[in-house]
Design a protein around this ligand. Structure first.
Ligand SMILES: [Zn+2]
Length: 267
């Protein structure tokens, strides 16, 4: 394969990796923020439950104080009733006693309801605290992983960008600018392999026989007549992650190219 074409193929693979790295570097801090925001929500919920439980206990203590006060009043009214002189006064005191006894019963019912609420609140809080402890460990792990991944990505990105600069210097400026233009307008894909012997793998338009033979020769830079992408022949080429693609076996590639060329005997 022509050296410039080889550089363009590598450049394309590199640009796909760079695009993914940039997207991941951009995404990771947002993911971390999301994880931390969810944890903060759960912490806030636990804190709200703790406050509700404390409020419940405070309210019960206040009601117990109220009951003591009601009892004191009742005993005061009862001792007064021993000294009253008229029936009306006695009745009035009796009415006060009954009213405060009723208040005690009401308050006791409220305390009972609060005790029941406190039990379920306490159970819920214990469960929330348990799951929060698990979540904290998990979040710490996830955040550390995301940060390490981002640092690793940034290192890779730097190396890939350096390699990109090296490749750029080995490509004629007009060709490089055309590559960059196609890359921009064709959503990041400017160099693609041909498929089915004569099709652009991106826009699927059939090429003319002469262009096919040029692509198969690997010696000329051929652009797709339809989408303007640079075309190349690779036996099993898949544009994608540069690191995931095994290096091309030159012998196998040569054989595949010859086989493909033999399908165009008239050229
Ligand atoms: Zn095309």
């Amino acid at each position: 394969m022509n050296t410039i074409l080889q550089r363009l193929v590598e450049l394309q693979q590199l640009d796909l990796v760079i695009r993914d790295l940039v997207a991941e570097i951009d995404r990771l801090p947002r993911e971390v923020a999301q994880i931390e925001a969810t944890l903060a929500q759960h912490v806030a919920r636990v804190e709200a439950d703790k406050k509700a439980l404390a409020d419940n206990q405070l309210s019960r203590r206040k009601r117990e104080g109220d009951i003591s006060a009601f009892r004191e009043k009742i005993s005061h009214f009862k001792s007064q009733s021993l000294q009253v002189k008229t029936n009306e006064q006695y009745k009035a005191l009796l009415h006060e006693v009954e009213y405060h006894e009723q208040q005690i019963r009401q308050t006791e019912d409220q305390i009972l309801a609060e005790m029941e609420a406190s039990e379920s609140l306490d159970a819920r809080l214990k469960e929330a605290e348990r799951s929060l402890a698990v979540e904290r460990v998990e979040v710490t792990k996830q955040v550390a992983e995301a940060r390490a991944r981002k640092a690793e990505d940034e290192k890779k990105l730097l190396a890939h960008r350096q390699r990109r600069e090296e490749l750029k210097t080995g490509i004629e400026i007009g060709q490089f600018e055309r590559y960059e233009h196609v890359l921009k307008v064709r959503k990041g894909l400017a160099v693609v392999p041909i498929v089915k012997g004569s099709c652009c793998s991106a826009c699927h338009v059939h090429m003319r026989p002469h262009a096919v033979s040029q692509v198969l020769s690997g010696e000329v830079i051929v652009h797709c007549e339809s989408c303007d992408r640079i075309l190349y022949f690779a036996p099993e080429a898949v544009p994608g992650n540069v690191e995931e693609n095994a290096p091309e076996d030159p012998e196998a590639a040569k054989l595949a190219r010859e086989q493909a060329l033999s399908e165009y005997p008239t050229l």
